[in-house]
Design a protein around this ligand. Sequence first.
Ligand SMILES: NC(=O)c1ccc[n+]([C@@H]2O[C@H](COP(=O)([O-])OP(=O)(O)OC[C@H]3O[C@@H](n4cnc5c(N)ncnc54)[C@H](OP(=O)(O)O)[C@@H]3O)[C@@H](O)[C@H]2O)c1
Length: 244
Amino acid sequence: MTGAGRGIGRALAVGLAAEGADLVLVARSRDQLEDTAALVGTNARVIPADLGDLAQVAEVAAEAGPVDILINNAAVPWPAGPTATVDPAEFAYAVAVNVTAVAALTIHLLPGMLQRGWGRIVNLSSGAAQVPAFLNGGNAYTTTKSAVEGHSVNLAAELADTGVTVNIYRPGTVDTSMMTWVRDGGGRRMDPKVHEFFADVQDRGDLLTPDQSAGYLLARLAGDDTGQTWHAADGVIAELAEES
Ligand SMILES: NC(=O)c1ccc[n+]([C@@H]2O[C@H](COP(=O)([O-])OP(=O)(O)OC[C@H]3O[C@@H](n4cnc5c(N)ncnc54)[C@H](OP(=O)(O)O)[C@@H]3O)[C@@H](O)[C@H]2O)c1
């Protein structure tokens, strides 16, 4: 479980533990991971790592040992702002965390899943991939989530009939620190319409809680579907798609 220190990742970890899973919790902030581990109250190992660094991704995979369910949830929403002003190094780091680490962890853990004939890989995406024009000034994030979706569907086709499934989860519009950042932090560098849209969603009380969003994914996780794009039941994205 990557990005398990807070937000949707923490809620997924708690939900998976309730189903009896032993967990490996990954993110950069050790204190947040330890808080999640305390909440989980089952067999949970904490591995602090920066997934933007391929060497650390390899260390995480080695330390984790055999993994049956890989949830690639960690992501960064930045850099934001007019693309001509974005630092290419920050863009590359976002690709490293949001895309390369997703593929690299999969590459490291897939042989074991194939050997055991069972595995579940879920890659978190976003409405940004569903409506790519919307996040105006969020080009890096939109680019990475679109890439994750292509990677996931292609890999699912490759792994057909192996017992290993690969699916995409678009978690809806969820009340997390990432959403606060998009609405009121660095995300303010995006088109003002983006800020207004998410401020309005919050004012209307339409944000999902992390627990609600995690619940939609957990309900689908054990099934045999593969190559699917799963959505949280979120009217906000439907509204966005209609507007665009
Ligand atoms: N919230 C929403 O409305 C929304 C909507 C669409 C999609 N999503 C997607 O849902 C997923 C979870 O988002 P969230 O809202 O729960 O975000 P969040 O609250 O910001 O949590 C992100 C998690 O990822 C970890 N992370 C970030 N950079 C990392 C790095 N370099 N290495 C390791 N871990 C890293 C963070 O921990 P550290 O900072 O400690 O590393 C944190 O645990 C993301 O893939 C996001 O794109 C969210």
